[in-house]
Write a protein that binds this ligand. Structure first.
Ligand code: G1P
Length: 301
């Protein structure tokens, strides 16, 4: 395999074509990636994380009913002119100061929901022949250093393919891609784990470990060639995990931080609480209100 070890990660792919059925009716006419955690949509956190890792081009693989994501990454002239006229500087900044330079936000359609592997493959012509990142917006990681930035640091040391990983209870392996750990290789960075294989959503008794992939990847472009011919796997879908498993130099990276599963209702609510508590302007009031809610609902006596 060609080594792209020292190439900077300039591009990130955001698969955002999912239907978000767990969040109905909220997602009936709104993409799930636009659900807010406190006051920012999920996709905005994913975008900021990519930016912090040095990414310059943001590639969104969208589907039907995802127009709100396109609009989020554009100017909103009516609102901006009103805010400008009223001299609302801070609000104006929030609408547009963070917008990437024109030409660096790219949308491509996944016409059929054939799986995560297929979604990433839809970005192949836009990524071209260089390493790239994939971020799943519904996996949020609250950490000191943004998760993808941590992984980019590890990538600069070892190259190859790096997946964000964490341990989960064995009973949950059927919801994740699971790492088959290669004990013979011991990377110098203690957060790195070498993998000799990956299994997508194995039953608990078949899982090679409890080390699971969460939605952060740094991948070599060869994955596209493998995805060209990737057969459907778990759930009848074309799985990204299956294509990565056929590559060389696969590492899990045990990131520092707490992951919130915003693909689940409870994880999404927990993320809202956790991110609100991180905010100096909200923390005190939120604690008071949470305390009151816990008392009123009989949880806290
Ligand atoms: C996807 C991946 C899986 C990974 C998970 C993390 O699954 O296929 O390997 O562990 O994201 O959230 P999904 O949650 O889309 O079913």
């Amino acid at each position: 395999m060609k080594s792209h070890k020292n190439t900077k990660i300039r591009k990130a792919v955001f698969p955002v074509g999912g239907l978000g059925t767990r969040f109905l009716p909220a997602t009936k006419s709104m993409p799930k990636e636009m659900l807010p955690v406190v006051d920012k949509p999920l996709i905005h956190y994913a975008f900021e994380e990519a930016k912090a890792a040095g990414v310059e081009q943001f590639i969104f693989v969208t589907g039907r009913n995802k127009h709100a994501i396109n609009d989020h990454f554009d100017n909103v002239y009516e609102l901006q002119s009103v805010l400008g006229a009223r001299n609302k500087r801070k609000e104006l900044e929030l609408t547009s100061d963070w917008l990437p330079e024109a030409g660096n936000v790219i949308f491509v359609r996944q016409q059929e929901p054939l799986g995560l592997g297929h979604a990433v493959w839809c970005a192949r012509h836009l990524v071209g022949d260089e390493p790239f990142a994939v971020i799943l917006a519904d996996d949020m990681v609250l950490s000191k250093t943004p998760c993808l930035q941590q992984m980019a640091g590890a990538y600069a040391q070892v190259g190859g393919n790096i997946l964000g990983v964490m341990d989960i209870p064995r009973a949950q392996t059927a919801s994740y891609g699971i790492v088959d750990i290669d004990d013979k290789k011991k990377p110098a960075d203690k957060r790195l784990v070498a993998a000799k294989g990956l299994v997508e959503k194995p039953a608990p008794d078949k899982a090679p470990s409890t080390l699971s992939i969460i939605g952060r990847y740094i991948l070599q472009p060869e994955v596209f060639t493998l995805l060209d011919k990737q057969q459907p796997g778990a759930g009848g879908e074309i799985q990204l995990t299956d294509a990565i498993a056929r590559m060389q130099d696969i590492y899990g990276y045990r990131f520092e931080g707490t992951r919130y599963d915003c693909g689940s209702l409870s994880g999404f609510v927990a993320a809202n609480v956790a991110y609100a508590l991180e905010r100096k302007d909200l923390r005190g009031q939120v604690i008071k209100e949470l305390d009151a809610v816990l008392e009123r609902s009989g949880v806290k006596k």
